[in-house]
Design a binder for this molecule. Structure first.
Ligand SMILES: Nc1nc2c(ncn2[C@@H]2O[C@H](COP(=O)(O)OP(=O)(O)OP(=O)(O)O)[C@@H](O)[C@H]2O)c(=O)[nH]1
Ligand SMILES: [Mg+2]
Length: 290
């Protein structure tokens, strides 16, 4: 059985660093894994581990920009359209990997996750090849310092989830930065000071948008349209509590282990390799037989 973990999220969320972190962890646990780079604009320095499959071997953003005159974003879309037209390249690259755990590093343009058909097409393709696929969506802990920014992150995660019909693990990255913030109580910019505050972000409490004091509250009161938009968002998140974040602190191996075990769980990693434990039965279930 082959597995693939898509690592998605906005620019700079820590996706490539997370891919490296998982690789290190897999190696320590004597498990094998491979990085697949799907970012045609990736800087080679970003990879501690040489990607086993690299979209830049098929097409590079620099070439597209130089020879076809595209800018960076149009060029990226061009690269993906090119990949979709040349999926046999990917099939060939994937052909050499049996029983593998692929960690797929994606670019940070969120329009790719919210409305471009690229990722859904890719996921369907992987599933057709019999590869069990799940997706992670990272947002960085600094988002918690501004509740408006944070909820726009929640909405983009929701939108990505709805766009892609696979199991999801949402991750709050760079938690090491929060820890140091909370030790220095004076400097918490927008009130991320106590653990219970963090909990309201990891399991997003939409009331943060309405109740908590923040820099833009005056505007909220003055501008009733802004207020009713917030109300609508609160309602949406209350009605569809789809997004919860697992905290990720790459400086702590236990934290990586927890995140990885969630990813393994949603993909049912290893279930085929070991016989399944029969489900526990209540004594009562046998009563009729006696
Ligand atoms: N403190 C801290 N910094 C991090 C962590 N993860 C990433 N960074 C920093 O955040 C920046 C962006 O990290 P990347 O891993 O390149 O982020 P990315 O999501 O791959 O970025 P794009 O591919 O450009 O979208 C780099 O300067 C990293 O060093 C983390 O867990 N803690
Ligand atoms: Mg990256």
């Amino acid at each position: 059985m082959r597995y693939a973990v898509l690592v998605t999220g906005p620019a700079g969320a820590g996706k490539s660093t997370f891919c490296n972190g998982i690789m290190t962890h897999l190696q320590t646990a004597k498990r094998s894994g491979h990085i697949v780079n799907l970012d045609p604009a990736a800087n080679s320095d970003a990879f501690e581990y040489e990607p086993s499959i690299d979209i830049r071997d098929l097409i590079s953003l620099d070439d597209v920009m130089e020879h076809l005159g595209y800018g960076p974003n149009g060029g990226l879309v061009y690269c993906f359209e090119y990949l979709l037209q040349n999926m046999d390249w990917l099939d060939e690259e994937l052909g050499g990997f049996e029983d593998e755990y692929l960690i797929i590093d994606c670019p940070g343009q969120i329009e790719l996750y919210t409305h471009h058909p690229f990722l859904p097409t890719l996921v369907r393709h992987l599933q057709r090849l019999g590869i069990r696929t799940c997706a992670t969506y990272l947002i960085e802990s600094q988002f918690m310092e501004d509740k408006y920014k944070f909820f726009s992150g929640v909405l983009s995660a929701m939108s990505a989830m709805v766009n892609l019909e696979v199991s999801w693990v949402n991750i709050m990255s760079k938690m090491d930065l929060v820890t140091s913030n909370s030790e220095d109580r004076g400097s918490g910019r927008n009130g991320i000071r106590a653990k219970k505050d963090i909990a309201r972000y990891l399991e997003p409490d939409p009331m943060l948008l309405i109740s908590a004091p923040g820099s833009r509250d005056e505007r909220t009161e003055r501008d009733s349209k802004f207020h009713s938009l917030n109300q609508a968002i609160v309602q949406l998140i209350e009605d569809h509590p789809l997004v919860k974040f697992l905290p990720l602190d790459l400086t702590n191996p236990d934290s990586i282990e927890t995140v990885l075990s969630h990813i393994d769980f949603v993909m049912q990693y290893g279930e085929d390799e070991e016989p399944k434990e029969p489900a526990d039965l209540d004594e009562g279930d046998f009563a009729d037989l006696e």
